[in-house]
Design a protein around this ligand. Sequence first.
Ligand code: F6R
Length: 357
Amino acid sequence: EKGTYPHYMLKEIDEQPIVIRKIVKEYSDNQGDLQIDQAIVDAVKAADRLYIVAAGTSYHAGMIGKNFFERLAKIPTEVHVASEFVYNTPLLTKKPLFIFISQSGETADSRAVLVKIKELGYNALTITNVPGSTLSREADHTLLLHAGPEIAVASTKAYTAQVAVLAILAQVVAKGKNIDTKIDLSRELSIVASAMETLCDHREDFEKMAREFLTDARNAFFIGRGLDYAVCLEGALKLKEISYIQAEGFAGGELKHGPIALIEDGTPVFALATQENVNLNIRGNVKEVVSRGANACIISMKGLEMKGDAFVLPEVHPILTPLISVIPLQFISYYAALHRGCDVDKPRNLAKSVTVE
Ligand code: F6R
């Protein structure tokens, strides 16, 4: 039930801090150490490469997951859009493990890949919010998101839950491989949960940003580098699906290779700046669009902020920034859709679970 909330989407955005805390609890042992079913850890450890397969928002979570598996657990990882993978299967390594990420566990595109790779004799792990869903039943292993039912068509809390579960899996596998990641992930995730609360308290700022940047906008761009790029794709998807504003996410460095031609006087460009190693680069990219007339909205993180930034996120561990940088973008999409009188929870042409290929 949405209770006092006008929309499920707003309620589900707000639930994210609780979901992160719940996930940490569900994946902790009695000592408070993170744990994952040993059979799953062994399956991941045994793989020479991970193939993450997903669609839409879950694919964007997969892009973050690739970073976790490669940076923390040192396992080469590829991320694939399910509908592409199934008919254009890449050359596979000798010992692949497939990881399906799906909120509903029912997405037909992902299921088609699962059927195919099972025929080939490979193992699969499904990360899903729905116990007993098709993708869970047909895979060898399941990890649950514990996000509670997600009703709004636009995925919010399932995305952050997916990112958190992927981080925990990568961290536990790293430990199983005796890799010291130097991250106290339980602690860092509780810092994330608190930061999320702070952001939810700032929703009015994001409503103002939606008014300032998106009233009358025909289109909008999201630019970022590294982890921020993946979040930009998610921010753009969220905005387009519920507000019907044409929105695209671009890697900051790619702008000059084409997309910059789209910048006109007043074009809204949201830029994420949470990654220290590319902070100056993304700032340079913002200058390039501003000098062509863009209306830039920079969302940075504490410690990396500069004069003129529209919002400074509370500091979290650099690898976990996608869990918090997405929240302003969720709110901005929500309010942009609301201001335009769109049906926020049930956008046109979309279904919550896509059961046809
Ligand atoms: C976007 C959205 C969709 C889903 C996609 C995959 O807000 O909800 O892009 O993420 O259809 O769905 P699942 O995760 O259920 O496989």
